[in-house]
Design a protein. Structure first.
Length: 415
C-alpha cells in the first residue's frame, strides 16, 4: 500500500497517511489520525481509496445502504489464491438479510446471557492464577484464553481442539489485512489456515448433524426460517466469521482495556470504588482503543457525503479508530473516562462495533466478557504495573492489538 509522494518528499498529510498504516504506528496510530482529521473529511488513501477521517461522516456512511461491504474481498484481497469463504459480513441484501436472520435465530440474547456464569468461572480461575503468579503476560494468561474458550464452548468445539482453533484463527485474522501488507509466508499461512478450518469444522458439523447437542453448531445446522437452511459453504463462512470475529477482536478488547487501566490508575481506583461502572466502562474502552480500526465501503450509486460526490465503484476506508477520537463527537476524546457512558444524556455511540446493516452480531457477547473481566479486576486487583516500557504490538492493521502485556498484579482480593 503506497501513496504517491512529491519529489521533495511527502507532505505532512501524506506522511500521516503513511504513518496511519505503518507497522511502527501500531502502538499509537492516533497522532496520525489527528493530522488526517484536521486535513479534511476525506484524504486520499491507499488502493485508490479515500480515507474517511471524521465521526459524522463515518457514522453516515456506515448507516447508508448505498455503501456496500461486498467489494471488500476484491479491494483488499486481490492476491488471494484461496477463496476466503464468503461470510455475510461481505454480502449485501437479500443474501445478507437471509443469512444474518438465520444466524440471529440461533444467536439469541438468552443464549448469550446464559453464558455469564460460565464467563465468571473462567475469569475467576484465570485471574486467580495470574494473581498468584504476580508477574504475568496478560495477553496469554487472560485476554486469549477467555474469548477462545467462550466462543469454542458456544459453538461446541471440544476442549482438546481449542489450541488448533486458536492457530487457525490467528492465521486467518492476519490474512484479513490487505494482501499488499502481507508477506508470502503470511499469505501461505492464511491458505493453510483456511484449509485446516474447512476440514476441521466440516467434520464437526457432520458430527453434530448426526448427533445433535446443546451448542451453536447444532443450532445452526438445525436452524430454519421460512423453509430456508444454511448451505455447507454458507455454514463454513458463518463459522469462520463467528470464530475469527468472535475471538481475535475480543482478545484485543481485553488487552487494550487492561492497558488503558494500567496507564490510568485513577480510573482503576474509580472502578474499584464503584464496580457498577464495569458495564459503561466497557463502552468507553471500546471507544478509546477499539479492536477493529477500519472497514471499507464501496459506493453502489452516486452518493454525496460532506459535500463530496462519489461515483459508483468509488471505495472508502472508514477509520473507526479516528472517528472514536474525534473531539467534535466526544469531549476530551483523547482521555479515558470510565464514567463517560454512565453520564446522562448519553454521549454519542462509539463505532467500535460498526453500525447499520453489518452492526456486530456478537456485540452483546463481547460486552459480557469484558464486563465480567472488569468486575473481577475491580474486586480482586489492587494495582497493575507494566513491566516493559512499550508492550509490543502484533503487525495486524485491521484487528489491532498487543502481542504481549507483561505486568505485575497486586492482589487486592479481600477473600
Ligand atoms: C470486542 C469485540 C468485537 C468487536 C470490536 C467487533 C467489531 C465488529 C465490527 C466493527 C463489525 C462490522 C464490520 C463492518 O461493518 O465492516 C462486526 C461485525 C460482525 N461481528 Fe463483531 N466484533 C466483536 C466481537 C464479535 C463477537 C464476539 C462475535 C461473534 C461471536 C462477532 C461476530 C460478528 C459478525 C458475525 C459480524 C458480521 C455482521 C454482519 O455483517 O451483519 N463479533 N464486528
Amino acid at each position: 500500500m503506497t501513496t504517491t509522494s512529491a519529489p521533495s518528499g511527502p507532505s505532512v498529510v501524506e506522511q500521516a497517511v503513511l504513518d496511519a498504516f505503518a507497522p511502527s504506528s501500531r502502538r499509537d496510530p492516533y497522532r496520525a489520525y489527528e493530522v488526517l482529521r484536521a486535513a479534511g473529511p476525506f484524504v486520499p488513501g491507499p488502493l485508490g481509496t479515500q480515507l474517511v477521517t471524521r465521526y459524522a461522516d463515518c457514522d453516515a456512511i456506515l448507516q447508508d445502504p448505498t455503501w456496500s461491504h461486498a467489494e471488500e474481498p476484491d479491494l483488499l484481497h486481490p492476491a488471494s489464491d484461496v477463496e476466503l469463504p464468503g461470510s455475510f459480513l461481505w454480502m449485501e441484501p437479500p443474501d445478507h438479510t437471509r443469512l444474518r436472520r438465520l444466524v440471529s435465530a440461533a444467536f439469541t440474547p438468552r443464549r448469550i446471557e446464559g453464558m455469564r456464569a460460565h464467563a465468571e468461572r473462567i475469569v475467576d480461575s484465570l485471574l486467580g492464577t495470574a494473581l498468584a503468579a504476580g508477574e504475568t503476560d496478560l495477553i496469554e494468561s487472560l485476554a486469549y484464553p477467555l474469548p477462545l474458550t467462550m466462543v469454542c464452548d458456544l459453538l461446541g468445539v471440544p476442549a482438546d481442539a481449542h489450541a488448533d482453533v486458536r492457530r487457525m484463527s490467528a492465521g486467518i485474522a492476519r490474512g484479513l489485512d490487505p494482501d499488499a501488507l502481507l508477506s508470502p509466508e503470511e499469505l501461505a499461512a492464511r491458505t493453510t489456515a483456511v484449509h485446516d478450518f474447512a476440514t476441521f469444522f466440516g467434520e464437526l458439523v457432520a458430527q453434530r448433524r448426526a448427533h445433535p447437542r446443546e451448542d451453536l453448531i447444532t443450532a445452526l445446522a438445525q436452524v430454519e426460517a421460512d423453509g430456508d437452511v444454511l448451505s455447507p459453504q454458507e455454514m463454513l463462512g458463518t463459522l469462520l466469521i463467528l470464530v475469527v470475529a468472535g475471538h481475535e477482536t475480543t482478545v484485543n478488547l481485553i488487552g487494550n482495556g487492561m492497558l488503558a487501566l494500567l496507564r490510568r490508575p485513577d480510573q482503576l481506583a474509580l472502578l474499584r470504588r464503584d464496580p457498577e461502572l464495569a458495564a459503561p466502562a466497557v463502552d468507553e474502552v471500546l471507544r478509546f482503543d477499539p479492536p477493529v480500526h477500519l472497514t471499507t465501503r464501496t459506493a453502489r450509486a452516486e452518493v454525496t457525503v460532506a459535500g463530496r460526490t462519489f461515483a459508483p465503484g468509488d471505495a472508502v476506508i472508514v477509520l473507526i479508530g479516528s472517528a472514536n477520537r474525534d473531539p467534535d463527537a466526544f469531549p476530551d476524546a483523547a482521555e479515558l473516562s470510565l464514567t463517560r457512558y454512565a453520564a446522562r444524556p448519553r454521549p454519542n455511540r462509539h463505532l467500535a462495533f460498526g453500525l447499520g446493516l453489518h452492526y456486530c452480531i456478537g456485540a452483546s457477547l463481547a460486552r459480557l466478557e469484558m464486563e465480567v473481566v472488569l468486575r473481577a479486576v475491580a474486586a480482586r486487583v489492587a494495582a497493575i504495573e507494566l513491566l516493559v516500557d512499550d508492550p509490543p504490538y502484533r503487525p495486524n492493521l485491521v484487528v489491532r492489538g498487543m502481542a504481549e502485556l507483561p505486568v505485575r498484579l497486586t492482589n487486592g482480593d479481600p477473600r
